[in-house]
Structures are given as structure tokens and as C-alpha cells.
Design a protein around this ligand. Structure first.
Ligand SMILES: Cc1ncc(COP(=O)(O)O)c(C=O)c1O
Length: 391
């Protein structure tokens, strides 16, 4: 008999399974479901990025293993982008390393710093690899809720002193998935102070950094490089989820330990994918077009939601809408209502992507998440269906 490890056995079942089943059932009945469930962009990777990858396959004829820290040209391009975008200087040799998409970096990162009994502090709702990476590194997760009344920021005063004492890493994610909140300079200053005074690494997941609407999203590294690292990805910025390319940058001591870990895990992102990432990062015009595209989609959905009397909390960034459900519903019953045949829109119930915290509440219980990954025509159709919804 094969018995999976205790860690594997402790993992909860796949959260989206029930929604997948319901969506599948409707599709089998010929219902046209508009799917805002998973956050994987369905738009094409830009042609100039695909061309750069194609050309690079020829350039790197003898494949060989890629550099596990990233090609020098890739790291130089990242440093130039950081300077242009955030006015932060980074040393390509000591302050940057590539990752196989940011998921790999986020999941593996705690292994470089966590000993048994150490704590990692993270948001809920939040990206699952924060807690899964902590579990596999032998650490313990402490979840802080993202609440509207607290601007979807952590309330540092509510983290017990005993947790703070044992904490080694704090995860932040702004532009925030799923709430769409951006970090202000003041908030990052508070977070950096908190981490510095308690000797905690500030790990800032900035994978949605170029998807912002009114205010420009900022990087935590604009406040400080000391004790801070930022995780970036080409996935959402350039529709490159399938390319598996990202990077971590910041404090050289932290980057150094992480590089040491990574030589033992993977052999880097293929060179031709790094070449595509270089082309993508050198181009800012395309990310502006992406913002405009997502902005149009958001406006369309806002229109539909407002027509049925819902208060819309306009996200400041990302391609998500974190929508408060109408009175009389919770996240699951509202998601199921949206999925009924007269509407046939799939969203993610907030409760499925949030955990119940120590006080017994679940911060996602009264929210649903729309991931605006369908094209504009489909989003317009969804908006009309929403506008007609009888609650
Ligand atoms: C908040 C957040 N961080 C990181 C990632 C990882 O993206 P990737 O591994 O494609 O870079 C995702 C992907 O959905 C995400 O939502």
C-alpha cells in the first residue's frame, strides 16, 4: 500500500472542484457559461513576445541547461526596468535572481529561512503557495484577514506578540489578489518598520504590479531594500502564464540564501523563455494597452452590478473584482445563483479562497471574485445578464 506523506494528506481538497463540476454540468446541457472563475488570462501572448521566443530557439541551438539565476541579459533588463518603473537601483549580480514563474519562488522561498517552529505571516484570502510553501518548509502559518474596514491591509497590532516573536517572513501582496487594493507609500513604510523592528523578512508578492488603474502601483523596494524582497512575474503583465518566468529581487543577503536553495531545486527557466521575457519587459506600451483593456472590462461589469443595486468596490489594480454579495446571500449561495441558467456566470465564492481565522470568521464569506479573463464581447454579454438578474 502506498501511503502519501502526512503533509500531502493534510492538504485540503481542490477548492474549485465543486464549481468545476457545476460548470461542467451546465456546459454539457449546452448552456453558454461565461467563466470568470480562474485567474488565467485567455488572451494571446503578444506577437512580439512570441516572435522573440521563436527567434531565441534558433539562437540557443545547443540547448544546454539554462543559468539557474537567469541570463545576465535578463537580469540587466530587470534592473533597467526597475530603475525606469520604480526609480530603484538593483545590482543584476547580487540583487536579482530568476524564478520559474513566481509560484516556484513563492513556494520554495521559506525553505531558505524557516526552521521548525518558525512562523510565516500571510494574508487570507491569499495565494495558496504562501501557506503550502510554509507547510513544506516545516513552518507554521499565521493568517491575517483582509477586511474592507481595514482597507484590505493587515492590522499589525492584532498579531499576537508570541507570533511576532517567532515570525521569520511576512507575505504582502499588492496590487492585491483578490481585493484589487494597492499599497500606499505610507502603508509600505509601516510594514517595513514593523518587519525591521522584529527582524522579519518582508516578502512582497508584486505579480500584478503593472495592472493598475488610477494610481500607479508601487514596489515595496521603493521604501527599502534592507530585509525586503519583491517577487515578480511576466505571467499577468504580458499574458505569459505558460512561459513560466519570473524573478525575485531586493536584499542581497536574502537573494544569496535563496540562490543557494534554488541550485538544489531546479535548473532555471529555458533561455528562449528568458529571451521572450526580455522583449516583454523592454516594452511598456503593451502593458498600457493591457490596463486599458482590463479597464474597459471592469467598467462593463460595474455597470451590470450597479443596475441590480449592488455597491461596487472599484478595485485599484489586478483583473479581479471582489464583490460584496447582496443581502440574504453568502458567497456560495450567490455564486450558485449567478450560475443558474438565466445568468450562467461562473465566479469564485470568497469562502473557497479564504480561510477561517482564529476568531471563527472567514473574511471571504460575503464576497465573490470575478476574474476578468473573458474577452470584451463576452464581458459585455455578462454585464447584460447581470443587469437582468432577479435576486
Ligand atoms: C497573487 C499571485 N501571486 C503569484 C502568482 C503566480 O504566478 P506565476 O507563477 O504565473 O508567476 C499568482 C498566480 O495566479 C497570483 O495570483
Amino acid at each position: 500500500m502506498i501511503i502519501p506523506s502526512q503533509k500531502i494528506q493534510s492538504l485540503p481538497p481542490y477548492a474549485f472542484a465543486e464549481m468545476d463540476r457545476l460548470v461542467g454540468q451546465l456546459k454539457n446541457q449546452g448552456v453558454d457559461v461565461i467563466d470568470f472563475g480562474t485567474g488565467d488570462p485567455r488572451d494571446e501572448t503578444p506577437k512580439f513576445v512570441r516572435d522573440a521566443a521563436t527567434e531565441a530557439i534558433e539562437e540557443y541551438k545547443s540547448a544546454g541547461y539554462p543559468s539557474y539565476i537567469g541570463l545576465p541579459e535578463f537580469r540587466i533588463t530587470i534592473a533597467a526596468w526597475y530603475k525606469r518603473r520604480f526609480n530603484v537601483e538593483l545590482n543584476p549580480d547580487t540583487e536579482i535572481t530568476s524564478t520559474v514563474g513566481s509560484k516556484e519562488g513563492i513556494f520554495n522561498f521559506p525553505q531558505a529561512f524557516i526552521n521548525p517552529g518558525d512562523v510565516v505571516i500571510m494574508p487570507t484570502p491569499g495565494y495558496p503557495p504562501y501557506s503550502r510553501g510554509t507547510l513544506f518548509a516545516g513552518g507554521q502559518s499565521f493568517l491575517y484577514p483582509l477586511l474592507e474596514e481595514n482597507n484590505f491591509y493587515p492590522d499589525f497590532s492584532k498579531i499576537p506578540a508570541e507570533v511576532v516573536k517567532r515570525a521569520k517572513i511576512l507575505w504582502l501582496c499588492y496590487p492585491n489578489s483578490p481585493t484589487g487594493k494597492l499599497a500606499t507609500k505610507k502603508f509600505y513604510e509601516t510594514a517595513v518598520d514593523f518587519c525591521e523592528s522584529h527582524n522579519i523578512i518582508l516578502a512582497s508578492d508584486e505579480c500584478y504590479i503593472d495592472l493598475y488603474f488610477k494610481e500607479k502601483a508601487i514596489s515595496a523596494l521603493e521604501i527599502s531594500k534592507k530585509g525586503v524582497v519583491a517577487f515578480h512575474s511576466l505571467s499577468k503583465r504580458n499574458n505569459m502564464t505558460g512561459y513560466r518566468v519570473g524573478f525575485v529581487c531586493g536584499d542581497s543577503e536574502i537573494i544569496n540564501a535563496f540562490k543557494k536553495l534554488k541550485t538544489n531545486i531546479d535548473s532555471g527557466t529555458p533561455n528562449f523563455m528568458q529571451a521572450a521575457a526580455i522583449a516583454a519587459l523592454n516594452d511598456d506600451r503593451h502593458s498600457e494597452e493591457m490596463r486599458q483593456k482590463y479597464n474597459r472590462r471592469r467598467e462593463l461589469i460595474f455597470e451590470g452590478l450597479r443596475k441590480i443595486g449592488l455597491r461596487v468596490l472599484e478595485p485599484e489594480g489586478t483583473f479581479y473584482i471582489w464583490q460584496r454579495v447582496p443581502d440574504g446571500y453568502d458567497s456560495i449561495s450567490f455564486a450558485k445563483r449567478l450560475l443558474e441558467k438565466d445568468c450562467a456566470i461562473a465566479v469564485t465564492p470568497g469562502e473557497w479562497i479564504s480561510d477561517t481565522i482564529a476568531d471563527g470568521t472567514n473574511p471571504g464569506k460575503y464576497y465573490v471574485r470575478f476574474a476578468l479573463v473573458e474577452d470584451e464581447k463576452r464581458v459585455a454579454e455578462a454585464s447584460q445578464r447581470l443587469a437582468k438578474l432577479k435576486l
